[in-house]
Design a binder for this molecule. Structure first.
Ligand code: VG1
Ligand code: CO
Length: 544
């Protein structure tokens, strides 16, 4: 029989984090490591025999080898059809769309998102379910449980031949049909349904745009949509050729990592709109001339202006944001009479709300925004939303933000990341604060009273599933918040995230630099949490 059973011990460290399993490439290259996790997916998900699923990756180092292993395993597990992006490439939102449009049972996404790539970088894998979104915790936990008791995996032997991932169309691998598709076409069509391409085309005749694909998966998407369909010049794209090592950078669209873009947007002749996306195309950063848009503000501005965008002009049902995301969108929702939800970090928590039609727009402070058009956050979608918005409103990015703050007030916001902290030390910092939450509640610091403290617990309003310990919150009477949580996407030691938020009413000072406006709150956070004191670090590694 061409199907082989390979005996192997279980790997103990295969619990999916915020967004799938992420490890160093070296770890994934450990013999059988990837295959054992894929086996856990097939067993944990259960009924994939005879099913059609999607497969796509962000093109990072090991993408192609992993794709070939997964295809041979899919064949061994009796999967009927795998629809895969050419070259094994497809952005995360495009996979989500593919699953939905083709009614697929689910999909496997190969990505470590914004983490660096290359042989010394990171790799990742996650499973998405039939709604196109990341598997909910019940499924990721089932995958993990299976991973712990496996004694081997099933794979079609290499003698069965090889699929040519660069040739579109159908091919056979044993009983499995592998359908290689263009990764951009369906996605671009979806964007044309949501946005006013004519208006954007006209705007681009007299205004400039710059988009940084960070040598990651969105290059071909930007080429097709921004250049071919919208008429932007090729020079509007930076780093548009995907590379397995992302040109040795972090494909992370934030001011710290998108240096070239920031330099252009701070120049005297800056384009009207700047943007960037991440490794797998689900994140976005929006920048105006000499002004970066805070992702939390981006969500709030989108919500407030949704009526101007064709795909949302019939009205939106509600909005959801992750707990650490600023409450700017809540203020808009209140004013517009819409429901607002606060979920744990990670896009998987938005799925039920979107499926139930309770929310149309979602966002996270980590440069993620999206809507009910797919079940992932969507980088290029967000860029097109802003492009469409500046084109129809005739307002610049700084104008749109100024208008917004004068109407709703401003939530000054910043996230401080302490990376590669010793895991025990990081756990200790979190545990100490957790132990003092009760004490801190009701206390005043520097004249600011702490109104509420908790370890965020989420009860899903749709299926009532409960997620505990999702981050420590200190909420002040003046509306400020200090939040502490551990990252679930890092691969080295632990990453501590400290989130700072402070509300300024619409009649207050709206034009301060966030770092300056949040200075006292940051000091207070250090006094209470003591990250620097306990860890010995002098400053955060990344501030966004
Ligand atoms: C981070 C972000 C979170 C995001 C997740 C996946 O998770 O904070 O908001 O959903 O990455 O994004 P964590 O656990 O490290 O804070 V992506 O673009 O890496 O798929
Ligand atoms: Co991503």
């Amino acid at each position: 029989d061409a199907i082989q059973r390979i005996a192997c011990h279980a790997f103990r460290d295969q619990r999916p984090g915020t967004s799938g399993l992420r490890k160093r490439v070296l770890q994934f290259q450990t013999p059988h490591y990837l295959a054992m996790f894929v086996q856990a997916i097939f067993e944990g998900v259960g009924d994939l025999r005879g099913a059609a699923i999607a497969l796509g990756g962000d093109g990072r180092f090991f993408n192609r080898e992993a794709s070939e292993i997964i295809l041979r395993m899919a064949a061994a597990h009796g999967v009927a059809r795998v629809v895969v992006g050419r070259g094994g490439l497809m952005s995360t939102p495009a996979v989500s769309n593919l699953i939905r449009q083709r009614g697929l049972k689910g999909g496997i996404i190969l990505s470590a998102s914004h983490n660096p790539g290359g042989p010394d970088g990171d790799f990742g894998i996650k499973y998405n379910v039939a709604n196109g979104g990341p598997a909910p915790e019940s499924v990721t936990e089932a995958i993990f449980r299976h991973s712990q008791s496996l004694a081997g995996y099933d794979i079609l032997g290499e003698a069965a031949g090889k699929v040519d991932l660069d040739r579109t169309g159908e091919q056979r691998l044993g009983q499995l049909v592998v359908e290689v598709v263009d990764c951009v076409a369906d996605y671009a069509r979806l964007m044309e349904q949501l946005f006013d391409f004519e208006r954007m085309r006209r705007w681009l005749k007299s205004n400039r745009l710059v988009f940084d694909a960070m040598h990651a998966v969105t290059g071909p998407y930007a080429e097709e949509i921004l250049v071919k369909r919208l008429g932007a010049p090729a020079s509007a794209l930076l780093n548009a050729v995907p590379k397995p090592d992302f040109g040795n950078h972090h494909p992370d669209p934030n001011p710290a990592h998108a240096e070239e873009l920031m330099a252009r947007m701070w120049a005297a002749d800056a384009p009207a709109l700047g943007a960037a996306s991440d490794g797998d195309g689900d994140r976005n950063m929006i920048v105006g001339p000499r002004m970066a848009v805070s992702p939390s503000d981006s969500l709030a501005v989108m919500l407030a202006n949704a009526a101007l965008i064709p795909g949302y002009s019939k009205g939106v049902s509600g909005v959801a944001r992750s707990m650490p995301t600023s409450r700017a969108a809540d203020v808009v929702a209140r004013e517009l009479g819409l429901e607002a939800f606060e979920t744990p970090t990670g896009w998987k928590f938005f799925g039920n709300l979107l499926d139930a039609g309770r929310v149309t727009l979602c966002g996270e402070e980590s440069y993620g925004t999206g809507s009910d058009h797919v079940r992932e956050k969507d980088g290029l979608w967000a860029v097109l939303f802003w492009l469409n918005l500046v084109a129809v409103s005739g307002r610049s990015v700084p104008d749109l933000l100024g208008d917004h703050w004068r109407r709703f007030g401003r939530h000054y916001y910043s996230r401080h990341d302490y990376e590669a902290v010793d895991s025990d030390l990081a756990d200790d910092i979190v545990a100490r604060l957790r132990g003092r939450l009760g004490d801190l509640s009701g206390r005043s610091h520097d004249g600011r009273r702490i109104e509420l403290t908790d370890d965020f617990r989420y009860v899903d309003p749709v299926d009532h599933s409960v997620s505990e310990r999702q981050g420590l919150r200190l909420v002040f009477a003046d509306g400020s918040r200090i939040i502490l949580r551990l990252s679930g996407t890092g691969t080295v030691g632990a990453t501590l995230r400290l989130y700072l938020e402070q509300f300024e009413p619409r009649t207050g000072r709206l034009d301060r630099e966030p770092a300056e406006a949040l200075g006292t709150l940051a000091e207070l956070a250090e006094e209470i949490v003591g990250i620097r004191r306990i860890s010995g670090r002098t400053r955060p590694d990344v501030v966004t």
